[in-house]
Design a protein around this ligand. Structure first.
Ligand SMILES: Cc1cc2nc3c(=O)[nH]c(=O)nc-3n(C[C@H](O)[C@H](O)[C@H](O)COP(=O)(O)O)c2cc1C
Length: 370
């Protein structure tokens, strides 16, 4: 019912306004709703779906369900208090950068409904690490809370300086105990900060420089690398060959936005008229799925895999799990289908697992490749 109302009444109204404004409206509303117990409790009674079959302990943390909000929606930590009532099992804040950046000129966001995709051209818009940490303060979420860290979007003379920027972010974050896990975002396309650098964080030399630098810290929480969607499988695996030797790299998230406009999931007219940016949703799905399969086949349990890209329903989420993902994340499916979709995905997942004879979601992980 709520999904129907969102799709037939609320979404058509929201989609008449620029996507940047609607996103800001969502953040403000979400923050307000999160501050009111009566709203939180009411939503919490209607939207989430819970079932023991979805419970898992992953890297020592209890997850009530496997569906998380991916990095990029709540980049300044406005939604911590409301997301559990929406039905998410976990939540990533960010990407946050060491220093503030106001973002690229608008439009930073756009919609491609026929392609089931969103256009993203934020360029790591962020309040900066200090402000985000201050905003979170001592608040603790009731679902696991992660932080995605990226490099400040500005020009660097050499890759070591960019690694230093990420190192400083971690230094600040590790002084507090606010987060349950970290994401290291090495895969944001279209940043000015990589334009004049020979090495990059997503090539083997740049990646090693970054991981070596971070090794000086005591990263005492699970850390997952957010991978590129459009590198070849071999290129991605070559990065993981490096990562596997760093014990504190716990997992990988596959994957980020896509840039290639020849992607077959795009509606031709829609993509022709799209302004500058990168894309989420269905165009990311197959690339993400192929990468999950390849990484799970090669590394088994060495990396916890979070599957991300193009999840709109329970079948999409289940596919990623059967390929090897332990958890999944999403943004675009929620924008198109509405906040009630999170509970619906969990319910569909529970049904699919039961139909296949499983008693817990963990039994289905990587089943295609076993
Ligand atoms: C509006 C928007 C902003 C994003 N910003 C980030 C970001 O800051 N850091 C990051 O790691 N991924 C970012 N992403 C990528 C998402 O985390 C995710 O990898 C991608 O959208 C695929 O998932 P989806 O199809 O469910 O949206 C962003 C995506 C969207 C739609």
């Amino acid at each position: 019912m709520i999904g129907f109302i969102y799709k037939k009444i609320i979404k058509p109204i929201l989609f008449k306004y620029p996507a940047d404004d609607v996103h800001n409206f969502f953040l403000k509303t979400g923050r307000y709703f999160g501050s009111k117990n009566i709203i939180k409790n009411s939503l919490g009674k209607i939207l989430p779906y819970s079932n023991n079959i979805l419970n898992q302990k992953v890297f020592g943390i209890d997850f009530i369900n496997p569906v998380g909000l991916a990095a990029g929606f709540d980049y300044d930590a406005d939604l911590m208090d409301i997301l559990p009532s929406v039905g998410f099992g976990f939540h990533t804040v960010g990407s946050v950068t060491c220093f503030p950046y106001g973002g690229n000129p608008r439009p930073m966001l756009g919609r491609l409904p026929k392609s089931k995709s969103l256009l993203v051209n934020k360029g790591f818009k962020s309040m900066g690490m200090e402000s985000v940490l201050r905003k979170i303060g001592k608040r603790r979420g009731i679902i696991p809370l992660g932080l995605s860290i990226g490099s400040t979007n500005r020009t660097y003379k050499k890759i070591e300086d960019m690694a230093e920027d990420v190192y400083s972010s971690f230094e600040m974050v590790l002084r507090n105990d606010y987060f349950d896990y970290f994401e290291l975002n090495i895969s944001c396309p279209n940043l000015i900060n990589i334009e004049n650098l020979k090495e990059k964080f997503d090539d083997p030399i740049g990646f090693s420089i970054l991981l070596n630098k971070l090794s000086y810290l005591n990263i005492n929480k699970p850390l997952l690398i957010k991978m590129h969607a459009e590198k070849s499988i071999e290129e991605s695996l070559s990065l993981l060959e490096i990562a596997k030797d760093y014990k504190w790299v716990t997992g990988v998230i596959m994957s980020n936005l896509v840039k290639n406009r020849d992607n077959k999931s795009f509606d031709k007219d829609e993509i022709l008229n799209a302004p500058k940016g990168n894309f989420s949703g269905k165009p990311t799905e197959e690339l993400s799925n192929n990468l999950i399969t390849a990484v799970y086949k090669k590394y088994g349990d060495r990396f916890v895999i979070i599957g991300c890209g193009g999840i709109f329903n329970g079948v999409d989420a289940y596919e990623k799990i059967k390929r090897g993902a332990t958890l999944v994340q999403m943004i675009t499916g929620m924008i198109y289908e509405g906040p009630s979709q999170i509970g619906k995905i969990n319910k569909e997942l529970a049904t699919l697992l039961k139909e296949d004879g499983y008693t817990n979601i963990s039994e289905a992980i990587g089943i295609y490749n076993k």
